[in-house]
Design a protein around this ligand. Structure first.
Ligand SMILES: NC(=O)c1ccc[n+]([C@@H]2O[C@H](COP(=O)([O-])OP(=O)(O)OC[C@H]3O[C@@H](n4cnc5c(N)ncnc54)[C@H](OP(=O)(O)O)[C@@H]3O)[C@@H](O)[C@H]2O)c1
Length: 324
């Protein structure tokens, strides 16, 4: 089992699995939030906490800000819940509007505005972690560093992370910051294994095609940056739905997931996540399900430590081809 979770250095009691709030708020539509949406958020929060999951991952944009809104309504009704959880949110993505196309924005005015709006919606004083959602090519390094430092000094953000960034982008950003970058959230799952493929393809022709930023995994581990995995359930592709897949690799891997789930006496979702948990980088899966049974099914993953052989079997079956 991985020996440490990097984020625990900053958030001492953070859970191995995080809950992704992108599904809360009643969907990506203009409907106002309903009591039912708030009720769903409450149920999900309570079930996650009960299952030992205490990091809640937001973004200013999720369901057009309604995910943060319903979450904040629950915290307003039950303020004591705040002390039981860590809240992470993201900023930097802007939707198409009267001013222009969908874009990224790390300007002082946007980052500050976004964080203040998130805090207001969430009904809380401070984000435990702020992630910069996607790299903005027009980022002015000194302007961003000043903005983040002042948000930190004002107590609006406790810690800083990034998402979907490569090694050079993280190092460049860190060069201007006094705050350490504590997390990088990227897509990682049995369906998206480029983060592994890149490492094993070294010195083979396949190395040209993995699409992954070489060295990112090692960089994050060396600098104590928590790797968080979005899309970690692969939308259920390797859980029981995968048993019917027409893609042979998905079907075979799903059959093996099912077999391991039976052997360990856990859910298929637990095995899918155990694949990530077994990696020495101590990856933190961010689960996006709003299904109560599935949240509990996911939480079982922390009871499983796959053997080296089981881990490689899963990897090779999902790749659909032998290792080089
Ligand atoms: N940083 C980024 O750029 C970024 C991008 C995307 C997401 N995220 C974060 O990561 C979290 C997770 O991402 P995600 O939601 O894309 O990925 P996910 O956790 O892999 O997938 C969740 C989705 O898959 C469905 N699902 C899971 N297992 C299933 C199964 N066995 N059968 C049928 N459906 C199943 C869920 O439906 P049910 O609700 O019905 O279970 C849900 O719609 C998000 O909530 C968000 O916090 C971050």
């Amino acid at each position: 089992m991985p020996s440490s979770l990097a984020l625990q250095q900053y958030l001492p009691h953070v859970s191995r699995i995080a809950y992704g709030c992108m599904g809360l708020g009643g969907g990506w539509n203009d409907n106002p939030v309903s009591q039912q949406d708030i009720g769903q958020a409450r149920e999900v929060i309570e079930v996650a906490l009960e299952a030992g999951i205490n990091l809640f991952d937001h973004a200013d944009i999720y369901t057009f800000s309604k995910a943060e809104q319903v979450f904040g309504e629950v915290l307003k009704q039950s303020p004591a819940l705040r002390d039981k959880m860590y809240i992470q949110s993201k900023c930097g993505i802007r939707f198409e509007d009267d001013h222009g196309a969908g874009r990224y924005d790390f300007s002082q005015s946007w980052v500050q505005h976004s964080v203040e709006q998130s805090l207001q919606r969430l009904n809380c004083e401070q984000l435990d972690v702020l992630l910069l959602h996607r790299p903005d090519p027009l980022m002015e390094l000194d302007e961003l560093a000043t903005t983040l430092n002042s948000l930190h000094q004002a107590g609006k953000i406790a810690h800083l992370g990034v998402s979907n960034m490569n090694t050079a982008q993280i190092a460049y950003l860190q060069s201007a910051l006094s705050l350490p970058i504590v997390a990088n959230q990227i897509e990682m799952s049995l369906a998206k294994t480029d983060w592994l493929d890149d490492g094993i393809a070294v010195n083979t022709p396949a190395s040209a095609n993995t699409g992954f930023n070489t060295g990112l995994l090692e960089y994050c581990q060396m600098h104590n940056i928590q790797l968080q995995a979005w899309g970690c359930l692969a939308q259920g592709a390797f859980s029981d739905a995968g048993l019917e897949s027409e893609q042979k690799n998905i079907r075979k891997a799903s059959e093996y997931v099912r077999q391991l789930a039976n052997d360990y006496g856990v859910s298929s979702e637990a095995i899918v996540l155990a694949f990530l948990l077994r990696h020495p980088a101590a990856i933190q899966p961010v689960i996006g399900t709003t299904n109560i049974q599935r949240i509990n099914a996911c939480a079982q993953a922390t009871n499983v430590t796959l053997t080296r052989e089981q881990w490689y079997n899963l990897y090779v079956l999902s790749r659909g081809e032998a290792l080089p």
